[in-house]
Design a protein. Structure first.
Length: 171
């Protein structure tokens, strides 16, 4: 684990002492050892695990750098999150896309989940509100087709397949 800490600090371009305490280390070591012991990882799996741990350690250092540069960021209040969950094919993506169109909501983007602080951005600019998709609502809304969402059959789920026919093709 110390090698991963050193590598994360080197990649983040900070001192190894900038962790702000290593209280998280026992839990991280337990998680990594549990993954190695129970997941039966092959060489590729072990490499992916190391990369994921490294990414999270770099994210931790990047977030610490932002908070150190602008301490009031940590005091900002966040609204209550809306979490969209559901079984596959039940319209969760449609609901999330519709919420993304509302300027009152902000959707977590995949890159934000993977890398909380964009590379190369000054820390003081990172926490600014990202633009929403509201400006694109007129062009995105026709793609959201609620009439295609069908209720499930009593015997199980029903796939929602768009019907596409080539010009002149017969059924």
């Amino acid at each position: 684990m110390p090698a991963l800490l050193d590598e994360a600090a080197a990649r983040a371009g900070v001192d190894v002492d900038d962790w702000g305490g290593l209280g998280f280390l026992p839990a991280l070591e337990l998680l990594v050892e549990s993954c190695r012991a129970t997941a039966r990882l092959n060489a590729t799996g072990a490499e992916v695990l190391a990369k994921v741990v490294l990414r999270h350690l770099r994210n931790l250092l990047a977030v610490r750098a932002v908070v150190d540069a602008d301490p009031e960021v940590a005091d900002r209040t966040l609204g209550t999150p809306i979490v969209v969950t559901g079984l596959p094919r039940t319209g969760t993506t449609l609901v999330q896309n519709l919420l993304a169109l509302d300027p009152a909501h902000r959707v977590l983007r995949v890159w934000e989940a993977l890398r909380a602080i964009p590379v190369g951005h000054p820390p003081q600019q990172v926490h600014r509100q990202q633009p929403t998709l509201a400006a694109h609502a007129p062009e995105c809304l026709p793609r959201a087709q609620p009439h295609r969402v069908r209720p499930p059959r009593p015997g199980g789920t029903r796939r929602c397949r768009p019907r596409r026919r080539a010009a002149g093709a017969r059924r």
